[in-house]
Design a protein around this ligand. Sequence first.
Ligand SMILES: *Cc1c(COP(=O)(O)O)cnc(C)c1O
Length: 462
Amino acid sequence: MELPFAESYRIKMVEPIYKSSRAQREEWINAANYNLFNLRSEQVYIDLLTDSGTGAMSDNQWAALMTGDESYAGSSSYYNLKNTIKTIFGFEYFLPTHQGRAAENVLFSVLVKEGNIIPGNSHFDTTKGHIEFRNASAIDCTINEAFDTESEHPFKGNIDLDKLEKVYTSHAKEKISMVVVTLTCNASGGQPVSMKNMREISELSKKFGIKVVFDSARFAENAWFIQQREEEYRDKTIKQIVAEMYSYADAMTMSSKKDGIVNIGGFMAMRTEELYKQASAFNIMFEGFNTYGGMAGRDMNALSVGLHEITDGHYLDNRIEQVKYLGDQLINWDIPIQRPIGGHAVFVDATKFLKQVKKEEYIAQTLAIELYLEAGVRGVEVGTLLADRDPITKENRYPVLEMLRLAIPRRTYTNNHMNVVAVALKNIFDRKDKIISGLKIKSEAPIMRHFSVELERIKIKK
Ligand SMILES: *Cc1c(COP(=O)(O)O)cnc(C)c1O
C-alpha cells in the first residue's frame, strides 16, 4: 500500500484550547454584536478567522529569536534579512515594516496620488483601503472565471490581460500608479496566478511604462501551485520558481504574518535605489529607521528563517494538503465551496449554501455566526460587509461572491480539528432550509467596517 500523508514535523510545545456550550456561545456572540472580531479568543474553540500571524514557529525560528541584534542602526538581523530577501526574491533594496499594510502605506505614499487608477486582481482589503484613503481607485481586472465557484480553472487569480490593457489605454500613463498583483489572490479564494500570466502582465506593463508591484503575502503557496499546475515548472524547486516570479516585478509588499510564518512583521522590497530612497523617507516617518522599521531585531531573524523554511523541502506539501483535506470532505457532502481549493483557506459559497437569506441580510456573515454557534469555530465573512459601501453613493457594494472563509493557520491545527469543522458545517447544511433570515447593521465605520461593525438578528414576524 502507498503510505498515507502525514505532517513533516512533530509537536514540541502545546497550547490548550477549550470547548464551550451552545448556550455560552449564544450569550457571547450576542454580547459581541454578531461580529466575530469582537469575541475573546477563549470563546473560540477552533480559530479559522485568519491565517495571519497565527502560525506556529519552528524550533529554528525560536532559536533565531535569541540571537536577534537589537541595535537601533545597522543591526546584523537587518543584514541577515536583507540577504535572505536578496537570495529569495532577487531585490537589492528592502525596508522592514511592522506589518503588510504598513508597507502599503509607505510605498503608496510614494506612488499613489489623488485621482490615480490602480488595476489589479481583486485587491486585498487593506490595499484597497490605502488606495481609497488617497482618493484613488482600485480597478479589478481578475479573469471572469474567478467569480464562478464551480469553474475548475487552475489559475483563478490571473489578471485578464484585455481588461488590463483597456485600463492602460483608457487613462493617461501618469494617472496609473502601478498594477498590483496579489499572490495568491485572497479575495477570489486563495487562488494562484500563473507564471505565464505574471510574464504577460510584466510585458504589457513595460510596454506602457507602468510599474508592477506584487502583493506577496502568500507568494510561496502561489509558487507551489505553479509547480503543480504549470507543466514546465514541475521539476523546478520552489526557490527557482519564486526567483522567476519576482523577475517580473518592480517592487513587492509583504505581510510576513502569512508566508513568513511569524506572528508580526512585514516589508517592502524594490529593484531601484530611487524608489528605495523615496520610500525610506516615509518609512522613517511612519515605521522607524531603515534598519528596523517597526520590527525588533529578533523578529527580523525569525522572519529570515521562516522565509527559508517556507520555500524549502516539504513544508508546502503539508500545508496545502491540509487545506485540501478539509475542502475534500465538504465537497463529498455537496457543500458548495470555491473550486479548485485554494492555498490557505476553504471558501464556502454562502449564497448557494443559505438560499433563503436575502443579500441585504449579509448571507456569509449569517453563515459564519451559525458555524460559531454550532461548534465554536470562527471563520470570517468575505462578502458584503468586507466590500464596504461605495465611497460616492454610500450604498452597499454587493460583490459577485458572498463567501465564508475558513483560513487555516500554518502548522497550528491537526486534521482532527479539520474533521470537527467539516462535521459542524455538515450539520448546518442538513438544516439549512430552516435558516431564513439574517442580520442587520446597528452601527458601522466609514472604511473597513467589517472589523468593528455591530449587527443584530432580524426577527421574523409570525
Ligand atoms: C494580510 C495581507 C495584507 C496586509 O497585511 P497585514 O500584515 O495584515 O497588515 C495585504 N495584502 C494581502 C494579500 C494580505 O493577505
